[in-house]
Write a protein that binds this ligand. Structure first.
Ligand SMILES: [Zn+2]
Length: 470
């Protein structure tokens, strides 16, 4: 047994690592022997507490039920980000009341502070933060690399997932040398206290076991938009080897908190078609409970849609698919239409704290190009209406734009809280509408009804800007 595994490892390694073997070999050859061996594990279920059922289809879109030990999520669903075990500024009870079904917590941050074992001693993250719904955790890879390599490249990945669409390089902070990638491990420096840490696929699994995530992610290297195709391919191959190690560590370990957990594999490959498709094929064949599409998704939305077009057909049809770091209205519609089931993004909650609240139309009924109002705008100073007419959220039922604007201008935390509650509710209502549209076979029509007027409004804005006398 052990000898055979060693041989497989060698063949696998030479296909991916040997300088003599061109990197394109990994694209051409399909799953190497070690991955074939991994297929033998696929028959084993990693968790009896986890399942995914597809209830309806509309083209490639699916309406489904994601079953976890902490309840069932109706999909497509937006996953609210709770990086530090907190949806910033809002208590878990309010997060739930806004219709949020599932949270996304951050392995890297919780590992550094307060420490995974501290969370484990409190019974896991659900009890620690008093959230009884499902929790998904990332592997820590994104932060390790976005706080390291992303900074070295001056690419503000956290500031903007689409650097080609504004925001731009936002990370001029000192970050050089914060991360070093080796075959066996990643060495990085904590952004909290400057201490040196080591992450491996096995450690990432242990930490996510300790946190008690319902859905854990396999440890991956997250490449930057500035990595070329060659490096991205080499990195994806390493991510595949780490995926095998993650799966093995997951299957050889037990849940820490008495309920089953699931493990998703992460597809990498940047915005390079051959690498993406190959990564999806390799990861998709490994027998994970579900899949996440991560890493650099290109510098525009259109590129991201193409990345999904290359990725989804290579993944098995049955398991759930998560899109990492995407949560704007247009992208959600387009990703759902391509067969993605869940999405996480800091945008709705982060924007809310800055006064950017989600709405479909402006006061006069004209569509908003980015589905957003800036509550700090002077025109809301005496506006006694709610953020959005007809919204059933706690904020819109009790508070005016004028009051919210005042709170936000005065830096009162309540303003951030109330704005966040509205944006969470907006996302929950949007996803509900999308689920209903899939069930009715009307996703294209509903998508067009949302996106066409916004596109036209955006075009008008551009034309008006271009026609302005100089
Ligand atoms: Zn509202």
């Amino acid at each position: 047994m052990g000898g055979g595994e060693a041989v497989d490892e060698r063949v696998h390694a030479s296909a991916f690592r040997n300088e003599a073997a061109p990197w394109t070999a990994f694209v051409a050859r399909g799953p190497p022997p070690a991955v074939q061996a991994a297929l033998a594990w696929a028959a084993m279920s990693t968790s009896a507490d986890f399942g995914f059922e597809i209830l309806a289809r509309d083209g490639a879109a699916r309406r489904g039920l994601l079953r976890t030990a902490h309840g069932t999520v109706e999909t497509p669903a937006f996953v609210a980000v709770a990086t530090q075990g907190s949806v910033k500024s809002v208590a878990p009870t309010s997060v739930r009341e806004a219709g949020t079904q599932i949270l996304f917590a951050n392995t890297y941050h919780l590992y550094l502070r307060p420490g995974a074992e501290t969370v484990a001693r409190h019974g896991g993250l659900h009890r620690f933060m008093n959230w009884d719904g499902p929790i998904l955790t990332d592997s820590g890879g994104f932060q390790v690399f976005s706080l390291g390599a992303g900074l070295e490249h001056g690419v503000g990945k956290v500031a903007s997932i689409f650097p080609g669409e504004g925001a731009g390089p936002g990370a001029a902070r000192a970050g050089q040398g914060m991360v070093r990638v080796e075959e066996e491990r990643v060495v990085f420096t904590s952004h909290v206290d400057g201490r040196r840490h080591v992450f491996t696929p096995e450690i990432s699994v242990q930490v996510q076991r300790a946190l008690g995530a319902d859905v854990a992610l396999a440890f991956d290297e997250c490449t930057s938009p500035l990595h070329d195709e060659r490096y991205t391919a080499q990195s994806a191959a390493r991510t595949h080897r780490w995926a095998e190690r993650s799966l093995r560590a997951f299957r050889e370990s037990e849940p820490r908190h008495g309920y089953g957990q699931a493990l998703y594999g992460v597809v990498q490959g940047g915005a390079y078609e051959r690498v993406r498709a190959a990564s999806a094929g390799v990861i998709g064949a490994m027998g994970f409970d579900g899949f996440a599409v991560g890493g650099n998704l290109g510098d525009t939305r259109e590129t991201m849609y193409r990345v999904l077009d290359w990725t989804v057909p290579e993944l098995p049809d049955g398991p759930p698919r998560h899109l990492l770091g995407i949560g704007d209205v247009a992208s959600v519609f387009e990703a759902v239409a391509r067969g993605l089931d869940t999405f996480d993004s800091v945008a709705p909650t982060r924007n809310a704290r800055n006064g950017g609240v989600l709405a479909r139309v402006d006061d006069d009924g004209t569509p908003l190009p980015t589905f957003r109002l800036n509550l700090k705008n002077a025109r809301f100073a005496d506006d006694l209406r709610p953020i959005e007419q007809g919204c059933d959220c706690d904020t819109c039922r009790h508070h005016s734009r004028a009051y919210l604007r005042h709170l936000l201008k005065a830096n009162e935390q309540l303003g951030q809280q109330l704005a966040t509650i509205h944006n969470l509710r907006f996302m929950a209502r949007l996803m509900e509408e999308i689920r209903d549209a899939i069930a009715a076979g009307r996703l294209d029509a509903v998508r067009d009804a949302w996106l066409e007027p916004a596109r036209e409004a955006a075009a008008r804005t551009v034309t008006a800007g271009a026609g302005r006398p100089s």
